[in-house]
Design a protein around this ligand. Structure first.
Ligand SMILES: [Zn+2]
Length: 164
């Protein structure tokens, strides 16, 4: 009988589950069954490392609201029901000139909206996304290096998420 693992790696120590799989070991299968389909409260919501403060829910609530529908209609009317960039009158959408995500206070401001066709809208969105992603990404990397999670003198591994 092996000594109970205290959680630290010890050279030469064989983990109890080594070489066992769900298919061959009833104990592992039982553990897996117990965990299946269950939420892990320590890994979801605000405790998750990538939690962004309930953004999705909040944004969805706004986008589905009556006010938002009115904002959208007003923007299309103001734009004369044609695309502000190419003049197309097809598949018109209301675009936020200052991004929905970056300027919450301007989300329902009619002067922050313009009519764009689906094609131009998509192009604009990608331009914004590219810009904000780069800024956030750079900040995250700087933070990681400050905390020495990443060694700035090391070259990134191919396919890894190291610093550029
Ligand atoms: Zn257009």
């Amino acid at each position: 009988m092996q000594a109970h693992n205290d959680g630290r790696f010890k050279p030469g120590f064989t983990p109890w589950n080594k070489g066992r799989t769900r298919a061959t070991d009833p104990t592992l299968d039982n553990i897996a069954k117990r965990k299946e389909g269950k939420k892990r409260p320590n890994l979801s919501g605000p405790l998750h490392w990538n939690w962004k403060g309930g953004k999705t829910t909040e944004a969805m609530r706004i986008r589905n609201s009556m006010e938002y529908a009115q904002w959208r209609a007003a923007v299309l009317t103001n734009g004369g029901h044609k695309c502000a960039l190419c003049g197309s009158t097809e598949k018109l959408e209301a675009d936020h000139i200052k991004a929905f995500a970056e300027y919450p206070e301007l989300r329902l401001d009619v002067s922050n909206g313009r009519a764009l066709c689906a094609k131009c809208h998509r192009r604009q969105k990608w331009a914004t996304r590219k810009r904000t992603f780069t800024a956030e990404h750079r900040a995250a990397l700087a933070e990681a290096q400050r905390r020495r999670w990443l060694d700035p003198t090391k070259r990134p591994r191919r396919g890894g998420n190291g610093a550029p």
